[in-house]
Design a protein around this ligand. Structure first.
Ligand SMILES: Nc1ncnc2c1ncn2[C@@H]1O[C@H](COP(=O)(O)OP(=O)(O)OP(=O)(O)O)[C@@H](O)[C@H]1O
Length: 227
């Protein structure tokens, strides 16, 4: 199975790209969705967060849900608190991603898209067959974020500046997806990528390698145990 990493700047269009893949039946592992899933009230990650950050970060009138905005503001300029948050949430996110990956591995799907804003920051790009970076001009990025999130310009700009430079991500990507046009143009570009991936031999090569590992490793392990 070919794993395609999808990343880019904030509000550059990753979710839009992801939805086109999904509409074409490509399975997606969505890191943002998993990050929300692991902090649902009642999970062990939720309980650890509540203990670490205190009740003020949870909305008990809404079933105790995490106040993401409030926590986001706290960690924005507080590296220690950010470290504590990541220390609690990241292992749970990684574990959930691994479970979803394993499930998809055995369904025989040809390729999957791994949608994560922090693909390069986390270093996962090194383990991934192909990487796509979605980008658009700074001004467009700011405008789209302000409109979508209903936030002032200063907030949008500081969220962009808090991320790894988009030029660095573009340099490290295998496929650079320009989203300066309209949404229809973006959809057409994604369809083109899907056509190219359908033609790719990489998934078959990976399948043969995986099959060999599954067959050869137990064979030698048994041989070693019996000798
Ligand atoms: N080509 C486009 N033309 C106009 N608007 C667009 C285009 N592509 C995306 N948008 C809009 O820009 C906003 C941001 O797009 P999207 O949510 O897909 O970005 P994202 O990279 O997933 O964001 P985040 O980093 O916050 O997860 C959305 O409101 C989306 O509808």
């Amino acid at each position: 199975m070919l794993v395609v990493g999808l990343s880019g700047g904030v509000a550059t269009g990753k979710s839009t790209v992801s939805s086109v893949f999904r509409a074409h039946g490509v399975p997606i592992i969505d890191a943002d969705q998993i990050a929300r899933q692991v902090v649902i009230p009642g999970t062990s990650t939720y309980n650890k967060l509540r203990k670490e950050f205190g009740d003020e970060y949870f909305d008990d009138e809404q079933g105790g849900v995490l106040r993401r905005d409030k926590l986001g503001k706290l960690i924005f300029n507080n590296p220690e608190k950010r470290k504590a948050l990541n220390g609690i949430t990241h292992p749970a996110i990684r574990w959930e991603m691994f479970k979803q990956f394993l499930t998809l591995l055995f369904t025989g799907t040809k390729y999957i898209v791994f949608d994560t804003p922090l693909l390069f920051e986390s270093g996962y790009d090194k383990w991934i067959g192909t990487t796509i970076v979605v980008w658009c001009d700074f001004e467009k990025e700011v405008e789209r974020m302000m409109k979508r999130d209903n936030i002032p310009r200063a907030d949008a700009e500081s969220r962009i500046h808090a991320q790894m430079d988009i030029e660095e991500k573009k340099k490290r990507a295998k496929i650079v997806l320009d989203n300066n046009g309209n949404i229809d143009e973006l959809r057409e570009k994604v369809k083109e990528i899907i056509i190219q991936m359908e033609k790719s031999w990489k998934p078959y090569i990976y399948r043969v390698m995986f099959g060999l590992i599954l067959g050869v490793v137990p064979y030698y392990a048994l041989k070693y145990i019996r000798s």
